[in-house]
Each structure stands twice: as structure tokens, then as C-alpha cells.
Design a protein around this ligand. Structure first.
Ligand SMILES: Nc1nc2c(ncn2[C@@H]2O[C@H](COP(=O)(O)OP(=O)(O)OP(=O)(O)O)[C@@H](O)[C@H]2O)c(=O)[nH]1
Ligand SMILES: Nc1nc2c(ncn2[C@@H]2O[C@H](COP(=O)(O)OP(=O)(O)OP(=O)(O)O)[C@@H](O)[C@H]2O)c(=O)[nH]1
Ligand SMILES: [Mg+2]
Ligand SMILES: [Mg+2]
Lengths: 292, 276
């Protein structure tokens, strides 16, 4: 773990007292390698390093009896601050229905997360309707129908239609407010570089004016997380992120990458395939996980 | 790449960074860059462009080997495994079309009986290719589906049986045991058959792909990798670590969601695309 490595780095100089700038450099290198191994994006690591270095050269480290511990604390606090902070609650529309749009790459976990979100909302007394706007992937509509059944949510689809924008518009316009108060729109997975399909998401956004646009990101994603998050955020101005597949043994550095480049909160962590496998996101726990 | 006029630290740093961005991981990136330094010295390379070409060679060398499918049995069996959402079912749909174009009679086994509408999804790919698919009810025992599919492959004189499986995280013991059971059923029911076990890996995956490969290899002896979603901006460089560590070759790459978007692996083309 990083903690052990840093203790090693500083143990070497126990004999001759003061921590030098060279020791700090060595410690920074260990931190950089640990973050890269955890899949934090290279650019993000560089800017993080600079932020930490300034603090590490401060007095509380240089004169400390346990400089390794001090540096770890600075790194952990800096990570937690970067990933945490602001409100990660879901917005509720003052005028029902609240509209939530799920977006992301292929296979990230959007459809499954739609069901988990519906389950979470039902526990809060909400009445969700799930809308099938993935008209491309084989059996995608059927999958969402099954998911709606599993979580006891409403289901809206337009069999035979291949126009996601129309489907979304109709679902929101015709939503029976005596039965539902929240509409969750499941969209097809798409590449962030696919102009046509990204344009479709922009058109859905304009048509239904969602209160939330949640980008679902697979926690096992590597360096590319930055490219994906930047594109989706630049084109849609997302409101938050769901980190899926957190039940894997990934260290999950994509969390830091996505947060660093979008500035948007990570609102949930999904950790399983069942409908109740959705949890709040805890920045401090994530910081420890990334550091390994 | 910026125009470098000589080979110096700046060039090596830039190349190392490109390798890290390609998901090789810091350690492997540093190791390959050091190998390049050595080769630049021994081969007396002086032009930056030549140094870059040398890095291509190092990478494609690391990935070279037999990338062909072993279809020697009758029927030959292919099992596709991997974590959730990486592209197993879609890759099977594409592979079926590829094998049919080579004159093979293919039969499918819908052994993902867990995920919502997983059977329906594979059934659509079976229809697209006009092939038989063996299926049971959702929630039934996947090993029973495979047992029946092995019998059907023999009785219907199929050339190739391809088994879909449910996505599963490699760190879930019970799910890996289920996979092992499926593997054993194939070995038992078709002892004369060749068995290709293909691990589907999503090219956007970071260092965790090494854990995936290690754990899946322990459960069902992997013979090759299908690296999917190379049509995005991810480079999939982690397969270099996997090849070096576990000697598992990449056999196919996925470059889209259409039926023809599966290609046989070409190490040189991959190495070039990696550094673009
Ligand atoms: N272990 C685990 N699996 C998950 C999680 N979230 C989703 N999955 C699985 O990941 C796979 C893909 O999930 P989907 O919900 O189909 O993903 P999607 O983003 O809708 O996929 P496309 O519509 O094809 O782009 C399925 O096998 C899900 O069961 C999670 O938090 N943990
Ligand atoms: N862009 C792109 N998308 C792909 C590729 N291969 C698969 N996909 C998409 O990735 C998503 C997941 O693919 P699936 O075939 O359902 O993946 P899976 O591994 O069977 O998923 P589970 O069974 O849920 O574990 C789908 O939306 C596919 O269309 C590829 O090469 N490129
Ligand atoms: Mg989906
Ligand atoms: Mg599948």
C-alpha cells in the first residue's frame, strides 16, 4: 500500500533528522505511481501532485516526527476534498414530474442503474415511471420492462418506434400525475465521439428539459474516463455521475478523474446487479480505496 | 507527435506518457521506454521517427504469437466469458456471422440465464444469423443449458458450438464456481472437442483487466482475448501487460455494434493505433 511505501521512504532518513526536499520528491513519486496504478488519469495526477507538493513542503511535514504519516494525511484529505464537498442529492422538480435522464457508454450499467434508482426513489415515497428510449440494442426495451417489473415501477415504451426523442417527449407529456411523479429515461449506450448519437441526447434534453442528467461510469474504466466525462459534460452539462460496478476490486481512480474534469458530484455508487445495490457515495472511503 | 529533431529525454518522456494514456500502466510504460532506449543504442537509431517505429516493433513483438482460433474438434466449442457489460453477447453475434462466412455451421447456447432479457438479446443475434440457439427459462441452471447444447451440437452435426455466459465480476467466488461448472460440463460432454475460452475485455478498462484475466484464467483456462469497443478513444493497452504476464493472446477486436464489426487481431495495426 502507499502508506507502507511512504513509511519506507522516510524511514531511510530517520538517522539524520530533517526531511529534505529530495525526500519530498521521492515521496511525490510514490504517490504519483500509486494514483496511476489506481487508474487516475495522467493529467489529473499531475495537477494533484502540484497541489499536494506545496502542502508537503510546509512546516508540519518538514519538522514532523512521522513525515510519512503527515504526507498520507495531506494526500487523503486532498483526495476527499476533491471528490466530495457539495450536494449530491437528487433534484426534485417543483412542478411534477421530476425528469431524470440516464446517459453513458455502452455497457456502463445505465439500464440496471435505472431500476436501482427507481427502487431508491420508491423508498422515499416517490412513484417512478421508466421510459425505454434505447431503440437500438437488441432486447434493450425488453430488459428495461423486466427491470421495471422487478422494482415495481411503471413502464413506458413505444414498440415499433425508432425515434427516442418522440418517445421521451410523449412519455413526459402524457405522464399520468395521479400515478407517477418521476420519469426516468433510459437511453442507448453510445460513444462520446459519435456526433449523431450525442446529438440525439442533446435533442432529448431539449425536448424534455430533465432535472437531472446522470452519467453512468463503469468504476473499472482507465485513462479514458476523462475523455468520456469531458465530452458528455461539454455536450449535455450533466448534473451528476453514478459510479457503477463498485463491487469489483478496482481501485476506482476513474472517480477522481471524472470529478476533476467535470466538477460535477458523484451522486451514487452502484455495487451489484440487484435492484437495491445502490448506495450514497462517500468521498473519504473512495480516497482510501484509491490509495490502496 | 510534436516534431522532435533529436532523440532525447523529451522524446522518451512523451512516448512514456502516450503509453500511460493507452492504459499500459506506469510500470509497463517505463519498462517499454527503457527497452526502447536500449534498442536505440544498440541499433544506432538517430531519427525520432525511427525511434517511434522501433517502439511499434517492441509492442507488436510483445503481442505477436498464434492469434488463430482452434476449431479442430467436431464440434469445436467456443465459450465467451468476462465481467458485466464488456460485449460478450454482441461479440458472439458477430463471431457467428464471421464463422458462417467461412462455411461453418454454428449453434448457440444461451447460458446467461440470469440477466434480464439476456436470452432475448442472444435470440435476436441467432435470428440475424439464422442459426439454432439452445435456451431454457430465465433463472434456470446455466450448466444444464450447456449440457443440452453439447448434445444438440453433436446430434445436429454442427461445426461450432458457441456458449454465451452471464457477466460476472471475477472477485465473486460463487459466480466463478458456476463458471467452472460450465467449463467442466463442456469438457465432460465433448471430450474430443477443441475448446476455445475467450475472455471479452472492454478496451476502456484500466489496470483491473489484469485481475480479471488472472482470475478467469484460474477458473476456465483462457485461450484468447476479444478486446471490444476499440472504436472509442480508449486504446486497450492493458492487453500488453496481460500478454507479458499470462501469455494470453488477443484473437479478435470489436470495433462497433454491427454484425461485421469484429476483426481478427493484427498486432502491428494495434501498435500503430496505440501511439496515435
Ligand atoms: N456487478 C455489477 N454489475 C452491474 C452493476 N451495474 C450494472 N451491472 C451489470 O452490467 C451489465 C450491463 O448493465 P446494463 O444495465 O445492461 O448496462 P447499459 O449501460 O444499460 O448497457 P447498454 O444499454 O448496452 O449500453 C449487466 O450485466 C448488469 O447486470 C453493478 O453495480 N455491479
Ligand atoms: N461501440 C461498441 N459497442 C460495443 C462493442 N461490443 C459490444 N458493444 C456494446 O456494448 C454493450 C454491451 O454489450 P453486450 O454484448 O450486451 O455485453 P455482455 O458482455 O454480453 O453484457 P452482460 O451479458 O450484461 O454481461 C452493448 O450496448 C453493445 O452494443 C464494440 O466493439 N463497440
Ligand atoms: Mg441499457
Ligand atoms: Mg450478455
Amino acid at each position: 500500500s502507499l502508506g507502507e511505501k511512504l513509511q519506507q521512504t522516510f524511514k531511510k532518513l530517520k538517522g539524520h533528522g530533517k526531511v529534505s526536499e529530495k525526500d519530498i520528491k521521492e515521496a511525490m513519486r510514490e504517490i504519483k505511481m500509486a494514483l496511476l496504478e489506481a487508474d487516475v488519469n495522467f493529467k489529473v495526477v499531475k495537477s494533484f501532485e502540484n497541489a499536494v507538493k506545496e502542502k508537503a513542503l510546509g512546516s508540519e511535514v518538514m519538522e514532523s516526527l512521522t513525515p510519512g504519516q503527515q504526507i498520507i494525511k495531506i494526500v487523503r484529505d486532498e483526495l476527499t476534498a476533491l471528490m466530495g464537498g457539495e450536494n449530491s442529492k437528487l433534484t426534485v422538480s417543483p412542478k411534477p414530474p421530476t425528469v431524470i435522464m440516464m446517459v453513458g457508454l455502452q455497457g456502463a450499467g445505465k439500464t440496471t442503474t435505472t431500476g436501482k434508482l427507481a427502487t431508491y426513489l420508491k423508498k422515499q415515497g416517490k412513484k417512478p415511471l421508466l421510459v425505454a428510449c434505447d431503440v437500438y440494442r437488441p432486447a434493450a426495451v425488453k430488459q428495461l420492462e423486466v427491470v421495471a417489473g422487478q422494482c415495481g415501477a411503471g413502464f413506458f415504451s413505444k414498440p415499433g418506434s425508432n425515434k427516442p426523442v418522440e418517445i421521451a417527449k410523449e412519455a413526459v407529456k402524457k405522464c399520468d400525475l395521479s400515478i407517477y411523479d418521476t420519469v426516468i429515461i433510459d437511453t442507448a449506450g453510445r460513444l462520446h465521439i459519435d456526433e449523431e448519437l450525442m446529438g440525439e441526447l442533446v435533442a432529448i434534453k431539449e425536448a424534455v428539459e430533465p432535472d437531472e442528467i446522470l452519467l453512468v461510469v463503469d468504476a473499472m474504466t482507465g485513462q479514458d474516463a476523462v475523455n468520456v466525462a469531458e465530452s458528455f459534460n461539454n455536450q449535455l452539462d450533466i448534473t451528476g455521475v453514478v459510479l457503477a460496478k463498485m463491487d469489483s476490486d478496482t481501485r476506482g481512480g476513474a472517480a477522481l478523474s471524472v470529478r476533476a474534469v467535470t466538477g460535477k458530484p458523484i451522486k451514487f455508487a452502484a455495487s451489484g446487479e440487484k435492484m437495491d445495490d445502490l448506495e450514497q457515495f462517500y468521498p473519504d472511503r473512495m480516497a482510501s480505496r484509491i490509495l490502496g | 507527435f510534436v516534431a522532435f529533431n533529436n532523440i532525447g529525454e523529451d522524446l522518451y518522456e512523451e512516448l512514456e506518457e502516450a503509453l500511460i494514456f493507452a492504459d499500459l500502466g506506469a510500470e509497463t510504460a517505463i519498462a517499454l521506454t527503457n527497452e526502447l532506449r536500449e534498442n536505440v543504442k544498440t541499433k544506432r537509431i538517430s531519427e525520432p521517427e525511427e525511434a517511434k517505429k522501433e517502439l511499434y516493433n517492441i509492442i507488436s513483438e510483445a503481442l505477436s504469437g498464434d492469434c488463430s482460433l482452434n476449431l479442430s474438434g467436431k464440434p469445436a466449442v467456443i465459450m465467451v466469458i468476462g465481467v458485466n457489460g464488456v460485449g460478450k453477447t454482441t461479440s458472439i453475434g458477430k463471431m457467428t456471422a464471421l464463422l458462417q462466412s467461412k462455411g461453418k455451421k454454428v449453434i448457440l447456447a444461451a447460458a446467461d440465464t440470469f440477466r434480464a432479457a439476456a436470452i432475448d438479446q442472444l435470440a435476436i443475434w441467432a435470428d440475424r444469423n439464422n442459426v439454432t440457439m439452445i435456451r431454457h427459462e430465465e433463472g434456470s441452471d446455466p450448466a444444464a443449458v450447456v449440457f443440452d447444447a453439447c448434445a444438440a451440437a453433436k446430434s445436429r452435426n454442427a461445426d461450432v458450438l458457441i456458449c454465451d455466459t452471464a457477466g460476472r465480476l471475477h472477485n465473486k467466488k460463487n459466480l466463478m464456481q458456476e463458471l467452472e461448472k460450465i467449463y467442466r460440463v463442456i469438457k465432460r460432454e465433448l471430450p474430443e472437442s477443441s475448446l476455445e475460452v475467450l475472455l471479452a475485455l472492454d478496451a476502456t478498462t484500466g489496470q483491473n483487466a489484469v485481475n480479471q484475466a488472472e482470475m478467469f484464467k484460474e477458473t476456465a483456462d483462457i485461450t484468447g482475448i476479444v478486446l471490444t469497443k476499440l472504436d472509442g478513444t480508449a486504446k486497450g493497452g492493458i492487453v500488453i501487460n496481460i500478454k507479458k504476464k499470462l501469455n494470453i493472446p488477443v484473437k479478435f477486436i470489436g470495433v462497433g455494434e454491427g454484425i461485421e464489426d469484429l476483426q481478427e487481431f493484427d498486432p502491428e495495426a494495434f501498435a500503430k493505433a496505440l501511439l496515435e
